[in-house]
Design a protein around this ligand. Structure first.
Ligand code: SAH
Length: 428
């Protein structure tokens, strides 16, 4: 099983190329000079990752050919919304959304504050319909390795904050490379996120080495390391990293300052913008449920993410973590999270929206429900079990990821039951 369907190059125009999946065309960036029209390739996140030998591609396509149409039809049928009549106040907003008109902050707020169960269901189903119209059944599944839980920061929400009494670990560069290779070859991932606390033990040199080695394994590499100088990120890009996952955490500066001592909101936002200028694919977003957060803040978070124009939206609920000042915060309701996914889809119809692992911890249906509320991407943890418990960002992390292969199988099964196929989602 692979997490990306091979596509065929149908057109090359400088660094842009068109790749075709069973008649569906998507635009990708191509950094290779030896790619020609007619070649088979793997692409992820709008990037051409590697050329695939024709024989291998045809074999994989044979498997997918039978499945692709069936899956697409299934997804389409599931997105058909023979749903009930919305309440009067919802009708004009839904009309705007269906006509692809921009929804205002006030309207998003009204949707977020909808209490009526039937209206809530209509909101989620409408978001799924828009996702289907725009992305069809294309989804992406990324792997994530959490390679160090050392952190110089003391963010109030985070279970690996500097003052938290957790057992610390650091994987050596060669251990990280080993796990990455396994993710690529044993588990067939095409895209991998390397995440850690803000741990300066990993120097530019060490990180560049890891990236250079893993880039040879035909992986689209994301890093999630927190604040580093722009020059470091430039070097990591040169080494082969192409994505960064960095949330701004909250658009409300007062909350940001109260939750993240000794860090600076403007610096983080500026770095996100700089990373885009360097050429990185950026995934960004926010936490939901920080103390003193209002519904208006939530909408502002969605709108700031939109303003940053990331390739991927990543947001999740705060899960109170035992040894943090926020250990007694009330949990975020799953319904709220699902509505936020839907609202994000309305605010930015062509967004790629991730179902994050924190959302999955809320309950066992959350992953499926997220995918049915407008989300189109997933992440699977490939950190070895023994270490994973120590990367304790929050309590009760989703248990279903204990056995990596089992989790992959379950995820693929879930995606198939929803008619989703892991073709590349293309450039926006
Ligand atoms: N050091 C990196 C990675 C941080 S961990 C960086 O600074 O970007 C990745 C994300 O986990 C954070 O951005 C935060 O949004 C999320 N997170 C931290 N603590 C959490 C908690 N208690 N519940 C849910 N998510 C949390």
């Amino acid at each position: 099983m692979c997490y990306t369907i091979p596509g065929k190059i149908t057109k090359i125009n400088g660094k842009k190329a068109i790749v075709e999946y069973f008649g569906e065309e998507r635009e990708i960036l191509n950094e290779f000079s030896d790619i020609k029209e007619g070649d088979f390739v793997y692409a992820q996140g709008g990037y051409l990752i590697n050329k695939v030998p024709e024989e291998e591609a045809l074999e994989s396509l044979k498997f997918w050919k039978e499945n692709f149409k069936t899956l697409k039809e299934l997804d389409k049928n599931l997105a058909v919304t023979g749903f009930a009549k919305p309440s009067d106040k919802l009708i004009p907003i839904l009309k705007k959304i269906q006509n692809k008109k921009e929804v205002s902050k006030k309207e998003l707020l009204a949707l977020l504050e909808t209490k009526d169960k039937q209206d809530q269901e209509i909101i989620l189903k409408t978001a799924n319909q828009i996702r289907q119209q725009i992305h069809s059944n294309a989804s992406c599944v990324h792997g994530i390795i959490e390679f160090s839980n050392y952190c110089r920061n003391n963010c109030y929400y985070c279970g690996i904050r500097k003052d938290a009494p957790v057992e610390r670990y650091r994987l050596s560069p060669d251990e990280i490379i080993e796990i990455g290779k396994k993710a690529a070859h044993k588990y067939n991932f095409k895209a991998l996120v390397l995440q850690s606390g803000e741990d300066l033990w990993y120097t530019e040199e060490k990180l560049s080495y890891i990236i250079q080695e893993l880039r040879k394994e035909n992986l689209l590499l994301f890093v999630s390391l927190g604040i580093r100088p722009k020059e470091t990120y430039q070097k990591l890009f040169a080494a082969g990293a192409r994505g960064v996952l960095m949330r701004f955490e909250t658009a409300n500066q007062k909350i940001f300052d109260s939750m993240r001592p000794q860090t600076d909101f403007e610096t983080r936002i500026q770095l996100i913008k700089d990373l885009q200028k360097i050429g990185y694919i950026v995934a960004t977003g926010f936490l939901v449920g920080l103390p003193n957060e209002t519904n208006e803040d939530i909408v502002d978070n969605i709108l700031l993410t939109k303003e940053l124009q990331p390739e991927m939206f990543s947001f999740g609920p705060l899960i109170p973590s035992q040894d943090t000042p926020l250990k007694d915060e009330p949990p975020v309701k799953k319904e709220t999270m699902l509505k936020i996914i839907a609202l994000t889809r309305f605010a930015e119809p062509d967004a790629n929206i991730l179902v994050t692992t924190a959302l999955e911890t809320l309950d066992e249906d959350a992953k499926k429900e997220g995918l049915m509320a407008g989300a189109n991407s997933l992440m699977i943890n490939v950190t070895p079990d023994a270490i994973r418990n120590k990367y304790h960002i929050y309590d009760n992390r989703a248990q279903n990821d204990k056995d990596i292969q089992k989790n992959i199988d379950q995820t693929i099964k879930l995606m198939q039951s929803l008619g989703r196929a892991p073709s590349d989602i293309g450039l926006k």
